[in-house]
Write a protein that binds this ligand. Structure first.
Ligand code: ZN
Length: 313
């Protein structure tokens, strides 16, 4: 028996179990795995609700299906906060943290305070707040970006945050915004995609509120679609802390020969069923309900929706 647990047995537990369902070949996509977990764990089907946890399950799918091969280093050039929240004296700034969510990489608090006068007198709700860092922020791997409201008398308020991996930043392209500047890529997180999940209930933020991160490539040659072994020396150095993890992931994926077609998926699921069954039996105990694996044959008919059925075995 394998026990999967965390404090609440909801978000982190669900992230691991949904990932295991994909790894075991039982679910063809992150969306299916999260949906299956949600329906079995809670009567209302809510399951994993933190947007970044859901995003990381889809990251696992992308990595596992080898849509991305390496942790491309990127340079964070700009953060734009889209639409003004209903906050008197909106004083935003952002901070970037390492994967532990505690080690600060960069904070724009000072540069935002210096440039704040230019925002005076503007009050349109559709106003955008672009923040350009005053330092080079080169990132490679997992990071958190938090957006704060600076407060004079009290602790600054966390408005929202988001977690991402630079490997999953979209391929760079030329952006036409008045003039061609440079190749860059944009990650935009809308209100419902921001952590914590309570952000989606924050009535101070409009429904079209977003935070946009603009990245530039650090190299023309090395990107997420190039194996790390083929990186140039400069990018290899930037990815040094990530290299072993990605090499290990590729080795595991290649050894397991992840299936890419529905037919292969069925065969794979049969082989892996015994290994992963323990996860689901524990889930069944926690949820107080039957948790059964879907029949792998169902994958033949649909790669997007797998109905739940009792497993005779
Ligand atoms: Zn390079």
């Amino acid at each position: 028996m394998v026990v999967v647990h965390c404090d609440a047995g909801k978000g982190r537990t669900g992230t691991v179990i949904a990932s295991a369902l994909i790894f075991g070949g039982y679910m063809p996509s992150a969306e299916d795995a999260l949906d299956f977990y949600g329906r079995k764990r809670f009567s209302n089907g809510s399951g994993v609700t933190q947007p970044s946890q859901r995003r990381y399950v889809s990251y696992l799918e992308d990595v596992y299906k080898q849509r991305v091969l390496s942790p491309a280093p990127k340079e964070l050039r700009k953060v734009v906060i889209g639409t003004r929240p209903d906050i008197a004296k909106f004083r935003p700034y952002f901070a970037v943290y390492c994967r532990d969510a505690k080690t600060l990489v960069y904070s724009s608090k000072k540069v935002c305070a210096q440039g704040r006068d230019e925002h005076k007198g503007k009050s349109a709700r559709d106003e955008k707040f672009p923040i350009s860092p005053n330092a080079t922020i080169q990132l490679c791997g997992d990071f958190h970006v938090s957006v704060y409201q600076e407060k004079a008398m009290f602790s600054d308020e966390l408005l929202c945050r988001m977690s991402f991996n630079t490997a999953l930043v979209p391929r760079s392209k030329y952006l036409f915004r008045g003039e061609i500047t440079h190749r860059c890529s944009v990650l935009r997180f809308y209100k419902h995609e921001l952590d914590p999940d309570s952000v989606s209930q924050d009535i101070r933020l409009r429904s079209d509120f977003y935070v946009e991160l603009t990245f530039a490539d650090v190299c023309d040659k090395c990107n997420s679609y190039v194996p790390i072994e083929q990186y140039c020396p400069r990018c290899l150095q930037a990815a040094a802390l990530e290299a072993d993890n990605w090499k290990n992931m590729r080795r595991i994926i290649e050894e397991n020969n992840y299936p890419t077609s529905a037919d292969e998926l069925c065969g794979s699921a049969k082989v892996r069923k015994s290994a992963i069954g323990a996860f689901l039996h524990e889930l069944s105990n926690r949820a107080g309900t039957d948790v059964s694996l879907p029949d792998p044959q169902l994958f033949r008919h649909s790669r997007h929706h797998v109905p739940c059925q009792r497993d005779a075995s």
